[in-house]
Design a protein around this ligand. Sequence first.
Ligand code: NAP
Length: 292
Amino acid sequence: MTTIIDGNAIAGQIIEELRVEVSALPENERPCIHLVRVGEDPASVSYVKKKQDTAAKIGMKGLVTVLPEATTQAELFALLAKLNADPSVHGILVQAPLPKHMSERETFNFISPKKDVDGLNAASVGKIVQDDESGFASCTPSGIVELLKRTNVKTAGKHVVVLGRSLLVGKPAALLMLQKGPFADATVTVCHSRTQDLPSVTRQADILIAAIGKPRFVTRNMVKEGAVVIDVGINRIADASRKTGTRLVGDVDYDEVMPIASAITPVPGGVGPMTVAMLMKNTLKAWKISRC
Ligand code: NAP
């Protein structure tokens, strides 16, 4: 029987564990994450609100600065310089996507590595490569590792195929699976849009991580019977049967693939809720680092 990996339940456990740990701290010494949003992109508005609400639920401080769309790169850097220097701020996250006139890479790299709770700056990625646990792993891939851990899916010696090579998901997911340790130690293949005969590669996966942003792209013929399938995709498609006229689907054709997988994450309710939980976990880690 296929195990449906319940990301909502696992993220809920993590949030509760963090709440218990944080509530034992004096009010004036609690971890603080400062979220920065530039512009009014509706998805960013809702993601930032979710992050702030989750921080509050845990008892952390979640501060938000909203800058207008026309903010210059220099103005954003000036704000980040202040936040980098402010000892009362432990974690900083700049919500992507940024307006086109800004560089996301330069912005991520401007955040102090000690406060980079989103795990996207060069120092954080480098620490993952060096197996240095003092760094921050990007939240969605570390959420995937946590899902595997908490459902006891062993990765050591297994063939993990990662579909997608973005800085946000694919590359760090591959790097985490390559690290040494009980829930890593995998043999890793990374695929992308130039990979030839993709199904023949994905069919080799004991664990398939799909992160390409294409609705229901991974079909039954691309998956080995008994594989563990982690669906990172969040895609909104038309659905006339819904009041809203749309619904969310992943990068995996769930109805086709679920019956042959040994375990699978649903969309919604799989990887998605883990991202915010791991951001909060990283914020507590940043707070601990600030006290060393
Ligand atoms: P992205 O930056 O657009 O990267 C997509 C990757 O997929 C690229 O590496 C691209 O290859 C590859 N790709 C695209 N079409 C392909 C094809 N036909 N065959 C093989 N590879 C293909 O996307 P992302 O930021 O990684 O996000 C991926 C998905 O995850 C999206 O649906 C996003 O909404 C979702 N997501 C979810 C969460 C969460 O919290 N659950 C967090 C982040 C993202 P090239 O590099 O060759 O172009």
